[in-house]
Design a protein around this ligand. Structure first.
Ligand code: DOR
Length: 450
């Protein structure tokens, strides 16, 4: 059983407010919030001058386990997550074999139970081939279904290319459908045109012209139209263009939205100005686009058209990345640094801490209907992060925890540092030291589990 802990004098950022106070953790839960004295056997942590946030919930990661564990696995990436303040994650289905059945889904939960330091859940994969099987399942029992990263051929997802299949899925699926929204026929036509003109060895800066704004916009527009027709629960993953943001509403609360979206940290952080410097290291699908898109995404996030922030943490080895354009794998690791990136925006006056917590903690919990997570509330799991807002450090090879051993952020100076991360009341990370005393838990969700 974990020891009682009293966090004293923290600036608690929660539910739109910042309040200095104390939090007592007992039996894995937040027992009390207020002005508290250390009663009984309790470890006291002085948090004077630090901020206390709910643990970050990253609702889109690729931890590669099983099947691609030369890139990453549930232990290494969850450890990187915890040091970055991420206490819960939802993993995508493009592991090997793909997570296309309940058996495969269960297999991932079983692996995580003995390996993940953070709390976990997994999307069931849906693609053009298994819609009937998915619809035969009780999808209300799933946290969500997703097509993200399910590459059949060398191409991207199939669903955004197949309106008939989307109709069927959206008309009948009872859970959230989280889609990767790019029209593959547009991407393919662009690939052909660029290949013809420039050959195989394209510079990375052509990536946003190939995986273009039009490809994203038309796919998102179509997905929304079909979802509206069937009143489906559609979530568009990792939005990348300013144009698409206008397709989303901000006049109703998240709890009432049927159509939601997110932005990934790298699309807020990088823009086409960075391709020259970083090349294939920042080749992602969908692509990092223009500086105007980057700014537009941040604006829409603040205006609540975009509901949450994720990382789409997608590690590949440097060898897999440093190839010619068509061979270089898309994706890069981000989960260890997402909170630091967003706190850098806070330091620059671009986002408040309260808004950051809303988008990285509260809203993922609301969207996926998580039970007793995402808030600093009495009775909730003690998933908590203490941050020193004035503790500069630089991302370098020797402080990167990803199994792939690199980051597109190497050399970046961050002003803030996570000092303590609690997962279910266990102090897993404490000022540079790990206490791997417990694994994370499967994330409970839905009103039945409350
Ligand atoms: O959707 C995706 C999948 C991901 C991966 O590598 O799994 N990489 C990407 O760039 N986008």
């Amino acid at each position: 059983m974990n020891q009682d802990i009293l966090i004293k004098n923290a600036s608690i950022i929660n539910e739109g407010r910042s309040v200095v106070g104390d939090v007592r953790i007992s039996n894995g839960r937040i027992q009390k919030i207020g002005t508290l004295e250390p009663e009984g056997e309790v470890r006291v942590i002085d948090a004077t001058g630090k901020v206390l946030l709910p643990g970050i919930i990253d609702a889109q990661v690729h931890f590669r386990d099983p099947g691609l564990t030369h890139k990453a696995d549930l232990y290494t990436e969850s450890k990187a997550a915890v040091v970055g303040g991420v206490t819960s994650f939802i993993d995508m289905p493009n592991t090997v074999p793909n997570t296309l059945s309940l058996e495969r889904l269960q297999e991932k939960f079983d692996i995580a139970a003995g390996k993940s330091l953070a709390n976990y859940s997994f999307f069931l994969g849906v693609n053009g081939d298994n819609i009937d099987e998915v619809l035969a399942m009780d999808t209300s029992q799933l946290i969500g279904v997703s097509d993200d990263g399910l590459y059949f051929t060398k191409k991207g997802n199939l669903l955004a290319d197949s309106p008939e299949k989307m109709e069927k899925l959206f008309a009948n699926c009872k859970s959230i459908i989280a889609i990767h929204s790019e029209k593959e026929e547009i991407v393919e036509a662009n690939e052909e045109a660029f290949r013809e003109k420039y050959g195989e060895d394209l510079p990375a800066k052509f990536h946003p012209l190939i995986r273009s704004e039009r490809g994203c916009f038309e796919a998102t527009e179509r997905a929304i139209a079909i979802a509206e027709k069937h009143k489906a629960r559609l979530h568009i993953l990792h939005l990348t263009t300013e144009a698409e943001t206008h397709l989303f509403r901000n006049d109703i609360p998240l709890q009432e939205k049927n159509i939601t979206t997110e932005v990934s940290v790298h699309h807020l952080w990088f823009s086409d100005r960075d391709y020259e410097r970083l090349g294939m290291r920042i080749k992602w699908n969908p692509a990092i686009k223009t500086e105007a898109d980057r700014k537009g995404l941040l604006k829409s996030l603040l205006e609540d058209k975009i509901d949450l922030i994720t990382t789409d943490h997608a590690p590949h080895t440097l060898e897999e990345k440093q190839q010619t354009y068509f061979k270089s794998m898309s994706g890069a690791p981000m989960v260890q640094h997402s909170l630091n990136c967003m706190l850098e925006f806070y330091k620059q006056g671009l986002i408040s801490l309260e808004k950051l917590v809303e988008k990285m903690c509260h809203n993922p919990a609301i969207l996926y209907d998580m039970t007793h997570r995402g808030y600093i509330r009495e009775g909730y799991y003690a998933d908590l992060v203490l941050v020193d807002l004035d503790s500069p450090w630089t991302v370098a090879k020797d402080n990167i925890l990803y199994k792939c051993g690199w980051s597109p952020l190497e050399g970046t100076l961050f002003q803030t540092q996570v000092t303590h991360t609690f997962v279910n009341g266990n102090l897993i990370y404490d000022s540079g030291t790990f206490h791997e005393q417990a694994y994370g838990l499967p994330i409970a969700f839905g009103s039945k589990s409350k």
